[in-house]
Design a protein around this ligand. Structure first.
Ligand code: BGC
Length: 250
């Protein structure tokens, strides 16, 4: 079986890993390069080229988890990235960086959700499941009986007149120097809003902050069950690879 390369573009680094698509497991360590300042299309393509070259063992397709609405490889929004990505054929940018191999781009939260549903905290869960990633922004991925509704973008939903990601992202927690209880009070309001609109059975909490889940777990409340992401930091990489494999073999 060919190894598939999964890549996850975040606010500070671009992470990549070799994934066995039959198990969804990482083969070897994650590697990363810094996200270029401003993350313009050109600079990002150069960083991707460098990172991809470090994985000669990955001969299958390449998947990229990207913080934007992505429809058929084109990125349509740029809340926390360079505006040059709006309307850009990101799959073509990735393909050029990957030496022409089949290349697929997916929203980053959707990628993390795909991984969690297949081999993480959402495995075997039916009904409505919502993955939420807390990082530079807030990303959301919605699943109905395991099937993804892509590009839900509920991090931009207003809560008390403020966009959720400007109110309760992990970045906001750092910038405003919020303790866990002040931050969780905000997160609970966001969960309440999602719960009242979509009635999920389960929330999966992901993003970098989920590495410290034990420190704030007791402060989160919702009518829905809440669990931490099982794959933690690797979810985007694994999900991007699984997404690429699924689309390449379709
Ligand atoms: C973007 C989403 C992304 C999320 C998490 C938001 O600002 O609009 O596409 O999933 O950040 O990175």
């Amino acid at each position: 079986m060919e190894l598939v390369l999964g890549i996850d573009l975040g606010g500070s680094s671009i992470k990549a890993g070799a994934v066995d698509p039959t198990t969804g497991h990482l083969v070897g360590e994650l590697d990363s390069v810094p996200t270029p300042p401003g993350a313009t299309v050109e600079a990002t393509q150069a960083a991707l080229t460098e990172l991809i070259a470090r994985f000669p063992q990955c001969t299958g397709p390449v998947g990229l988890a990207f913080p934007s609405v992505v429809v058929r490889g084109v990125t349509y929004t740029a809340a926390n990235i360079d505006k040059g990505w709006i309307g850009c054929d990101a799959a073509a940018v990735l393909k050029a960086a990957a030496g022409g191999r089949p290349s697929f781009v997916v929203n980053d939260a959707d990628a993390a959700g795909v991984a969690e549903m297949q081999i993480g905290a959402g495995r075997g869960e039916s009904g409505v499941v919502m993955m939420i990633t807390f990082g530079t922004g807030i990303g959301t991925a919605l699943f109905i009986d395991g099937r993804l509704w892509p590009n839900t973008e509920l991090g931009h939903l207003e809560v008390d007149g403020i966009e959720a990601e400007h109110y309760a992202s992990a970045r906001v927690r750092t910038v405003e120097n919020l303790g866990w209880s002040a931050w969780c009070e905000r997160v609970n309001k966001v969960l309440d809003r999602y719960q009242a609109l979509l009635w999920p059975d389960l929330f999966i909490v992901g993003g970098g902050v989920s590495e410290r889940y034990e420190e704030f777990e007791a402060l989160l409340h919702s009518k829905a069950r809440i669990v931490p992401a099982g794959l933690r930091q690797a979810a985007g990489v694994v999900g991007a690879a699984l997404y690429a494999h699924e689309n390449a073999t379709r």
